[in-house]
Ligand binder design. Structure first.
Ligand code: GDP
Ligand code: IMO
Ligand code: MG
Length: 427
């Protein structure tokens, strides 16, 4: 079997955790390839509800190896807390493996994420303040510290001394903050290194072996295409590449290996943090969706902005990722609405806009062209076959397929594993 990437098609929180957990039943490996603990992936199963931030959503299957790839930035404190929490709740984590090439989030990253956000004032990006952006900055600036380096105490001390000197200049001279103490960080991170040691290894070989055996390998996306550092609504984006292409470099996998690319979309749109969102609903319907769906961030608890399904963004996302099929989640949330709109285009100053604008400032001035469809006003969460959905719900799904330009292979009508219907096999 091939590698399958499961990618957020919108601004994150599409239900990737639920979809990965569902598909992982057939997999031998699930790999996170980008982002950090800015992600919050919810999985609901017989053990309860779990919010995973760094650990892949396949962790609940003891036979599924769960890998954290080189493209992820790891806050060791957060990761170990997650491991402990899962263990306390009876979930085994001995099948977790971490790439020794993954970069480590250091205390100065988290500190700088907050300081830089505060310094932006009204122009704040609304980051999760988890240090993810600053850690990627250091990776690219070649000032990063990788997971494997924590194991070599002498080299780690030299490297940390060098990097911390640079960071303390920034903290004290630019931001007027107190400097961080080398010994404190060194001791804390050496202790983290000891606890992480059993999980750390070269992982690319493992993936190759699984693929050669014909196993299904899942690449679990974090964030979403519209938060991508290149293709998202820059600068209101995250600092990594959550798109399908990111799976190759975030794991060390040839593009030829990824045959299936599933785009996960909510049946409407949400966004956390700042930046343009043309279909945002600032009215009662937006609040109704938020409250009914409990649209509050799985990581920061912030209220998610809610709006209609954005077909322009979906088409764009489909093109960037080359989806082979879509997973549509949260259809049940719309059960109560008498009328539902889909955005089929944007206008700017009354004129149609071609495609998805590269500029966030242009995008913030775009208005959605909405097409209104009748709602179904009937419960769908116990339905398991497409044919059994109310005709209006079927028509809505079909119209989303047309607008996005890709077939919908799977529909989710509730957070639980079995609240899923398969329209066409993903594999
Ligand atoms: P992710 O970051 O893409 O994994 O998504 P999140 O976990 O942040 O947010 C998705 C939320 O929707 C979670 O609370 C899920 O439990 C929930 N969810 C997923 N699929 C469905 C669905 O089909 N219906 C409903 N009502 N909730 C869903
Ligand atoms: P999952 O994997 C939704 C958003 C933040 C902010 C922007 C930059 O659960 O879908 P960052 O901390 O990454 O520098 O913040 O990106 N963001 C997310 N929004 N879901 C996520 O992850 C997100 N990860 C980051 O809210 O607007
Ligand atoms: Mg999430």
């Amino acid at each position: 079997m091939p590698a399958m990437a499961i990618i957020g098609g919108q601004w994150g929180d599409e239900g990737k955790g639920k979809v990965v957990d569902y598909v992982a039943q057939k997999a031998s490996m699930v790999i996170r390839f980008s982002g950090g603990n800015n992600a919050g992936h919810t999985v609901v199963n017989d053990k309860g509800e779990f919010r995973l931030h760094l650990i892949p959503s396949g962790i609940f299957y003891p036979g599924v190896n769960c890998l954290i790839g080189n493209g992820v930035v790891i806050d060791p404190g957060s990761l170990l807390e997650e491991v402990d929490h899962l263990n306390e709740r009876g979930v085994d984590t001995s099948h977790l493996v971490i790439s020794n090439r993954a970069h480590i989030i250091m205390p100065y990253h988290t500190l700088l994420d907050g300081i830089e956000e505060d310094a932006r004032g009204d122009d704040a990006l609304g980051t999760t303040r988890r240090g993810v952006g600053p850690a990627y900055v250091d990776k690219t600036a070649r000032l990063g510290i990788r997971a494997g380096e924590l194991l070599d105490k002498k080299d780690f001390l030299d490297r940390l001394r060098f990097v911390l000197n640079n960071k303390n200049q920034l903290l004290t001279k630019i931001y007027g903050a107190p400097p961080l103490v080398l010994e404190d960080i060194y001791d804390q991170y050496c202790a983290y290194g000891q606890r992480l040691a059993p999980f750390l290894r070269d992982v690319d070989q493992m993936v190759e072996e699984a693929l050669q055996q014909g196993d299904l390998v899942i690449l679990e996306g974090a964030q979403g295409t519209l938060l991508d550092i290149d293709f998202g609504t820059y600068p209101f984006v995250t600092s990594s590449s959550p798109v399908a292409g990111g799976a190759c470099i975030g794991m060390g996998l040839s593009p030829r290996r990824i045959d299936i690319i599933v785009g996960v979309f909510k049946a409407y749109t949400t966004r956390v943090g700042s930046g343009p969102m043309p279909t945002e609903l600032m009215d009662k319907t937006g609040s109704l969706i938020r409250e009914r769906a409990q649209e509050y961030g799985a990581t920061t608890g912030r209220a998610r902005r809610c709006g209609w399904f954005d077909g322009v963004a979906a088409r764009y996302s489909n093109r960037i990722n080359g989806f082979t099929g879509l997973a549509l989640t949260r259809l049940d949330v719309l059960d109560i609405l008498p009328r539902i709109s889909i955005c089929t285009g944007y206008t700017l100053d009354g004129k149609p806009v071609d495609g998805f604008p590269a500029s966030a400032s242009i995008m913030s001035r775009c208005r959605p062209v909405l097409e209104e469809l009748p709602g179904w006003e009937a419960p769908t969460s116990s339905i398991r076959r497409f044919e059994d959905l109310p005709p209006q719900a079927q028509a809505y799904v079909k119209r989303l397929e047309d607008v996005a330009g890709c077939p919908i292979s799977l529909i989710s009508v509730g957070p639980e594993r079995e609240q899923t219907m398969v329209l066409s096999p993903l594999i």
